[in-house]
Design a protein around this ligand. Structure first.
Ligand SMILES: CC(C)(COP(=O)(O)OP(=O)(O)OC[C@H]1O[C@@H](n2cnc3c(N)ncnc32)[C@H](O)[C@@H]1OP(=O)(O)O)[C@@H](O)C(=O)NCCC(=O)NCCS
Length: 159
């Protein structure tokens, strides 16, 4: 894999992250959810000001290759993994693994002993490969159809 740079989020990343999120949601999550559900989620990226505020408030890591953003991951102060996305054209190249390793390292520096995530069906095998365990299967209704997700947790090594 070409060298990957991991760095903190900067406000000027917002348009690229919103674009990556919407495109990946359509291409990857669209394999497991209905078109209406995927369009609703992709539409969240339309409010770039809200994204910028949220990602800036949380601990957000951006992955770059050759100066181009190829993924990002967000951690809330309580240990909740929020947005976690890799460019749809660069899936399966180890970018998600590197983002997760950095996220877990940073989580270990916070006053948290566990990390949690509500994970899509699409991402569940990845989170399982990263040491997360399913604690519940959630089945909210979104756009009049079930939208299954998994509640997953992972313990952090003692500090
Ligand atoms: C989940 C996601 C971030 C993983 O990123 P990635 O860069 O493709 O992950 P990696 O290449 O580091 O994969 C690492 C390992 O995870 C597992 N994995 C990843 N995607 C998988 C899939 N779709 N099915 C099964 N296993 C998968 C594999 O074990 C893989 O290792 P290996 O192929 O070398 O054996 C990416 O697929 C994604 O952006 N998904 C859509 C967005 C999403 O649902 N995000 C989670 C929000 S809840």
């Amino acid at each position: 894999m070409p060298e990957l740079q991991l760095r903190p989020f900067a406000p000027e990343d917002t348009p690229a992250l919103c674009h990556l999120y919407a495109a990946t949601t359509r291409a990857i999550n669209g394999q497991h959810y209905t078109r209406l559900q995927v369009e609703r989620w992709a539409g969240f990226a339309d409010d770039q000001a809200a994204w910028c505020a949220r990602l800036g408030r949380n601990l957000t890591i951006v992955a770059e290759q050759f100066g181009q953003i190829v993924g990002f991951a967000e951690l809330e102060p309580g240990g909740e993994v929020g947005y976690f996305y890799v460019d749809a054209q660069r899936q399966g190249q180890g970018i998600g693994t590197q983002l997760m390793q950095r996220l877990l390292l940073l989580a270990g520096e916070l006053t948290t002993t566990q990390v949690h995530a509500d994970v899509s069906v699409s991402a569940m095998p990845f989170f399982a490969a990263q040491g997360f365990t399913v604690v519940a299967r959630l089945e909210p209704m979104v756009c009049d159809a079930p939208a299954p997700r998994y509640r997953m947790t992972r313990a952090l090594p003692p500090r």
